[in-house]
Design a protein around this ligand. Structure first.
Ligand SMILES: [Zn+2]
Ligand SMILES: [Zn+2]
Length: 380
């Protein structure tokens, strides 16, 4: 057992507490990772606010991280101590129906572990000093000095990529890129709209640019986010709070709507907006994570024009298999990871970062919490 520093959610609606907790060593098919840096994602806010269902606390939060392998349990062959890794919060079992069908992002074993906040064997390695069992937030729990993850949850990446940037790969990047490449399969010349330009939305914009989409029309309610969207490849960017209204803006550019609209917010109104922006035969892809209980509706008569509404979870593919390629793209300069980062702060600033995401406006796209400054490779 080791004592580590971790950000603990004791109860929704209250600040998380950075405190000392106990972490057991990795069992068979598990990996102990020394965490370097962690991105703060809207899903952390949803968990912290109790919006993803009850009984999901007490828990250590954090799921978008990177670090260095410290120790491996039995039967781990794909990583070794010293390897740099990006964390993948869907450590697919590789043997269930979905895994065998090429949809490991929907792995049944992972879904089962999700219910109790455990690792894949159904138990937790985390405890409070008083013995109370802690959940592993999204199976990762990396707002912490160290994390034990199930096999497949730590994916080797080139050591040249700074870990504070690599941290972003395992949620925002894989989610945004996969929505474009795997869910929508955007082709050169396709028209794309992106509703919501936060950390993941910017990755959707970047992926659409890499796919050759044109135009790429970005929307956000915060005008200050539009400049960043343009920098990531949006050909046009509009504030939903200002004229023209989004449907008019899109029709001016595309005549009858875009081929694909990506919703990256997780609200009923923005899901409806994405639907309203697509052409007959077009597809609205919902990437945003809505709180438990939210319902979205669309005018049913429009199914006559063969419009489609589909979801995309964690890149709609094989996230662990795609992470090394995404890391290589970042190293080659095809993917600018640092450009979405608007704040680099110590782990203790976690509540400020969560608050900025709650506010939604103004303060930017992504905070990276540096857990271990030396490992993270932050130079400036
Ligand atoms: Zn996330
Ligand atoms: Zn599976």
């Amino acid at each position: 057992m080791m004592r580590i520093r971790a950000a603990v959610l004791h109860e929704p609606g209250r600040p998380v507490v950075v405190e000392e907790v106990e972490l057991d060593p990795p069992k068979a098919r598990e990996v102990l990772v020394r965490i370097a840096a962690v991105g703060v994602c809207h899903s952390d806010v949803r968990l912290a606010d109790g919006e993803l269902g009850s009984d999901r606390w007490p828990a250590v939060l954090g799921h978008e991280g990177a670090g260095v392998v410290e120790e491996v349990g039995e039967d781990i062959v794909d990583v070794a101590p010293g390897d740099h890794v990006a964390l993948c919060f869907v450590p697919a079992c590789r043997s269930c129906r979905y895994c065998l069908a090429g949809q490991p992002n929907l792995c049944l074993a992972v879904a089962a572990a999700n219910v109790g906040g455990t690792l894949l064997d159904g138990t937790s390695r985390l405890r409070l000093p008083d013995g109370a069992v802690l959940q592993h937030g999204l199976r990762t729990a990396c707002f912490a000095d160290y994390a034990v993850v199930s096999a497949g949850g730590a994916v080797p990446i080139p050591a040249e990529l700074p870990l504070w940037q690599a941290a972003l790969l395992g949620c925002g990047v894989v989610t945004g890129m996969g929505a474009v490449r795997n869910a929508a399969r955007v082709q050169p010349g396709d028209s794309v709209a992106v509703v919501g330009c936060g950390g993941v939305g910017l990755q959707v914009v970047a992926a659409a640019r890499i796919a050759g989409a044109d135009p790429i029309v970005a929307f956000d309610r915060a005008p200050e986010k539009l400049e960043r969207a343009r920098a990531h490849g949006a050909t046009h960017a509009f504030a939903t709070s200002e004229e023209p209204d989004p449907a008019t803006a899109v029709r001016d550019l595309t005549e009858d709507g875009v081929d694909f609209a990506f919703e990256v917010v997780g609200r009923a109104e923005t899901i409806r907006l994405a639907w309203d922006l697509i052409r007959p035969g077009g597809t609205a892809v919902v990437v945003g994570l809505a709180p438990d209980g939210v319902e979205a509706s669309v005018p049913a008569i429009e199914f006559l024009s063969e419009k489609s509404l589909r979801g995309s979870y964690y890149g709609s593919g094989d996230p662990a298999a795609e992470l090394p390629g995404l890391a290589a793209m970042a190293l080659a300069g095809d993917l600018d990871l640092s450009a979405v980062v608007t704040a680099i702060e110590p782990l203790e600033a976690v509540n400020d970062a969560l608050d900025r995401l709650r506010g939604g406006e103004g303060a930017g796209a992504r905070t990276v919490l540096v857990v271990n400054r030396e490992l993270a490779g932050v130079t400036a």
